[in-house]
Each structure stands twice: as structure tokens, then as C-alpha cells.
Design a protein around this ligand. Structure first.
Ligand code: GLN
Length: 281
């Protein structure tokens, strides 16, 4: 009897144990599954992320190259429908492509470009921009990619025939450009009327508000072609070099831009772009 009880007890214990085992086993199994699930999930997620990054998301993480310009300066930068086109826009796009970056152009007033480069709001300024000692105090410039000439536009038959004739006359310029800076120095601030757009200075000339406009030669040619009764004086007012302005701290980008630009000059890309917009004289 005693033994019987013992046996029963053992049997019971065994049953309990079995139940426990089953229970424990199940739990253990569940935990393991969950853990496996979790790790599978983690792996799947990681794989998915990696794949997505490699395929669809890669272009989105492409570094942008932001360029400040003033799209009022044909043939270097101007609007064609809603798009900014021109020599600078195309050279900048070629530079960005070489650097594996995505070009973003920001249109702003000419006199905001240097400020934006200095503040870091944009990566570079490209706007038929002349290298001057004063600008070199705030920004660095790339190698030069074009020559610019400050020209004088007058009405056909004007009594202004030489640079000396400009003395005492009203001269229209685009605000903060080298035309503005030089003319204000040579002919006096009072005689220089500053406009936000070169085109507005030309309209003022047509309207008789100013006697001459001092502006870079290529836009000058475009404005004279677009409007009747205007001509460009034979005398050049100043000869300059155009380059890209970069923040002084960002020498790495300056070097990258110079490398790309030098290559594009050497392989004839810059010449091809220029020829597309300026017919040979
Ligand atoms: N080359 C001139 C300058 O740098 C004018 C440039 C412009 O009007 N976009 O001041």
C-alpha cells in the first residue's frame, strides 16, 4: 500500500512534470520563434533598406550643388519658359555631373549672390561674375572660364561717341555690378542710375531717362539685337575675367570645382557650350 502510494505519487509527479515540460517547452519554443522572427525581421529590414538605398533611394541622397545666380544676364543665364538656361547654367550642370552631384539653381538679385555664398546659403555663385579684388576679400574664385568686356550702349546717333563724352551724362547700370562700381568711381555716383536688371537700364535708355548704359558685352549685344535704335560704342570700357565664387572656408569644393572646370575647358566642353550661345565674331 505504501509502495502503491509512492508509485502514484511518482506518476503524478511525472505527469506534472510532463505538463510542465510541455508548457515550458512550448514557451521556450515560442520565445525562440519570436527571437528568430525578430532577427529575421531585422535582417529583412536591413536587406530591404540596403536594396532600396542601392536602387531607388540612391539619387535622392546625391549631394546637391547649389548655385546662386541672377537670371537676367543673357546669354550666361536667363529664362527660357520656366527654365534657367545659358552658358553658366550649362557649365554648372557639366561641373555637377563630373562631381556626381545634383545641380540646383537659385535665382536672386545680383547683389545677393556674394552674400549667399558667404553665409553658406548656397555652395557657389555663378553669374557672369567678374573677379575683383574687393570680392576676393569675401569669397574665393575658381579658375576663370570666360572674358567679359564692359561695353557702353547708346542710342543710335547719340552725341556720346567716346568714353570721355560720358562725363556729366546719366549712365544706367545694373546694381552692384562692375559696370556700376567703375562708372560710379569714374563719373560720380550722382550720374549713375542703378537698376536691378540690365534690361531695365536698357529700357531707361530707350525712354530717355539715361544717356548710356554700361554693361557686359554679351548681354549688351543681346539687348541691342532685341531693341531697335541702339548701338554699342567701339571703345571697351574694361576687360574682365569671369569665375565661380565659392565660400572661403570651403576649399575642398573650390578644388573640386577647379578640377572639373579645368577638365571641361581642356576637353573643349566649355567652348562647345559657349559656341551654342555666342556665334563667332
Ligand atoms: N560681370 C559683371 C559683374 O560681375 C556683371 C555680372 C552680372 O550682371 N551678372 O559685376
Amino acid at each position: 500500500m505504501k509502495n502503491m502510494k509512492k508509485l502514484l505519487c511518482l506518476a503524478l509527479a511525472a505527469m506534472l512534470c510532463a505538463v510542465c515540460f510541455v508548457g515550458c517547452g512550448k514557451t521556450e519554443a515560442d520565445v525562440t520563434t519570436a527571437a528568430t522572427d525578430a532577427s529575421t525581421e531585422a535582417t529583412t529590414e536591413a536587406t530591404t533598406e540596403a536594396t532600396t538605398e542601392a536602387t531607388t533611394e540612391a539619387p535622392a541622397v546625391k549631394k546637391t550643388l547649389t548655385m546662386a545666380t541672377n537670371a537676367e544676364f543673357p546669354p550666361y543665364e536667363y529664362y527660357e519658359n520656366d527654365k534657367i538656361v545659358g552658358i553658366d547654367a550649362e557649365i554648372a550642370a557639366a561641373i555637377a555631373e563630373k562631381l556626381g552631384m545634383e545641380l540646383v539653381i537659385e535665382d536672386m538679385k545680383f547683389d545677393s549672390i556674394i552674400t549667399s555664398v558667404v553665409s553658406g546659403g548656397v555652395d557657389m555663385g555663378m553669374a557672369g561674375m567678374t573677379v575683383t579684388d574687393e570680392r576676393l576679400e569675401s569669397v574665393n574664385f575658381s579658375v576663370s572660364y570666360a572674358t567679359g568686356i564692359q561695353s557702353v550702349i547708346v542710342k543710335t546717333g547719340s552725341d556720346v561717341k567716346t568714353l570721355d563724352d560720358l562725363a556729366g551724362k546719366k549712365i544706367g547700370v545694373q546694381l552692384a555690378t562692375t559696370g556700376d562700381i567703375y562708372a560710379s568711381g569714374d563719373y560720380g555716383e550722382d550720374n549713375v542710375i542703378k537698376y536691378n536688371k540690365g534690361a531695365d537700364a536698357v529700357l531707361a535708355l530707350i525712354g530717355g531717362d539715361v544717356d548710356a548704359v554700361i554693361i557686359d558685352n554679351q548681354p549688351a549685344k543681346v539687348f541691342v539685337e532685341q531693341n531697335e535704335g541702339l548701338e554699342i560704342l567701339g571703345t571697351e570700357y574694361a576687360v574682365e575675367e569671369y569665375a565661380i565664387a565659392v565660400n572661403k572656408e570651403n576649399t575642398e569644393l573650390l578644388n573640386q570645382i577647379n578640377g572639373a572646370l579645368e577638365a571641361l575647358i581642356a576637353d573643349g566642353t566649355v567652348d562647345t557650350i559657349v559656341a551654342k550661345y555666342i556665334s563667332a565674331e
